[in-house]
Design a protein around this ligand. Structure first.
Ligand code: ATP
Ligand code: LTN
Length: 333
């Protein structure tokens, strides 16, 4: 049996980037792989590394749980839970800080980016974030971690920490592998296609939210930055805007870039954008309908209770072993 695990931060409403780069792959893996144990969680402890409004955070946590299921995660196949409800994440996160070096944390691109964006109030936890992420993964003997391209560096650090711990204290952790799908791994901002699409972007026009209303989606795609050349052609370097829209198109339809170029040969961006908006809306609409059914249901709480209980069972067993390896507390038999 292989164990898979991934998480998303409840820092806002899920974007098309999160959907194509992460959730859609989770659903695919859930449906295609056999003999797996799959844990998917809501990374609320990660969310608070940047100041959050407590009321909005609570809402986003519940909303993300409903989005996961509305997008196709099946609670009978995947264990869904909230990170902070399994206390061992924070405990192992602290222990990972005890073996992680400041230098390696300071080199993380995400830390450097976020530090620039949140000049006031850069918290200690923003720096130590990858130690908590390593803990999330190592706590469950995870073999495979499906994530978008931007998380690759954190996964490498997780592997380094696992190897370091194992060689210092004896074989304890499974060394995980990232799983990064080639398509959709990096969807860019609609207004600055050199920046990744991000749900915490203060400019709402930069991203498509999975719960945006239909007209909003049409307008955002219509207003997406392109170039003056007017040919639908994939060229990331010279035509990053249209290339980004083409990658969304390709992810959603399965058409290759060549197919798309041929289809829009001699046609302008307006027609391409109108079609793309329709494609996106057709995929998102059923997700929104399912979301609305779920968001206030009792079922959602039951799913999260079950997920928490299962994750807690695994995490407790693992932590007894880790405490013994470190030599803290009294020996647990
Ligand atoms: P924040 O804006 O709070 O930093 P985010 O939108 O960047 O959040 P995360 O919660 O950090 O999203 O990431 C959740 C998952 O979505 C991760 O697997 C990440 O790699 C993936 N992901 C995030 N943004 C994109 C994107 N633009 N394209 C593809 N995948 C993405
Ligand atoms: N840091 C991740 C979210 C995350 C995660 C994890 C993903 C937290 N812990 C463990 C995979 C496995 C991000 O996407 N920003």
């Amino acid at each position: 049996m292989k164990r898979l695990l991934s998480g998303i931060q409840p820092t806002g409403i899920i974007t098309l980037g999160n959907y194509l780069g992460a959730i859609k792959n989770f659903v695919k893996l859930q449906n295609e792989l056999e003999d797996i144990d799959f844990l998917v969680f809501i990374a609320d402890l990660h969310a608070i590394t940047i100041p959050q409004d407590p009321q909005a955070l609570r809402k986003n946590i519940k909303s993300l749980a409903a989005v996961y299921i509305a997008c196709g995660l099946d609670p009978s196949k995947v264990h869904l839970f909230i990170q902070s409800e399994v206390l061992e994440h924070a405990e192992l996160g602290y222990m990972m800080q005890c073996i992680g070096g400041i230098g390696e944390l300071e080199r993380m691109t995400q830390y450097k980016d976020k530090k620039k964006r949140h000049v006031e109030g850069v918290t200690t936890a923003l720096l130590t974030y990858p130690c908590l992420m390593a803990a999330d993964i190592l706590l469950y003997d995870t073999n495979i971690v499906p994530v978008g391209e931007d998380q690759k560096q954190h996964l490498e650090l997780t592997r380094d920490l696992a190897i370091r711990f194992n060689s210092k204290f004896g074989d304890t952790f499974v060394v995980p592998e990232p799983y990064i799908a080639d398509k959709g791994a990096r969807i860019m901002s609609l207004i600055d296609p050199t920046k990744k699409m991000s749900k915490s972007d203060p400019n709402h026009k930069a991203y498509i939210g999975i719960l945006d209303d239909i007209n909003q989606i049409k307008n955002k795609i219509k207003g997406a930055v392109t170039d003056l050349d007017g040919t639908v052609k994939y060229d990331e370097e010279n035509k990053p805007g249209i290339s980004n829209l083409m990658s969304i198109y390709s992810c959603m339809t399965g058409l290759s870039y060549e197919d798309i170029e041929a289809k829009y040969n001699g046609k302008g961006y307006a027609e391409f954008k109108t079609d793309l908006a329709e494609i996106v809306i057709n995929e998102i609409k059923p997700i929104q309908e399912k979301y609305n059914e779920l968001i206030n249901s009792k079922e959602l709480d039951e799913i999260l209770d079950n997920g928490r209980d299962y994750a807690t069972y695994l995490a407790r067993k693992k932590m007894a072993k880790v405490r013994n390896r470190f030599g803290i507390g009294r020996k647990i038999k």
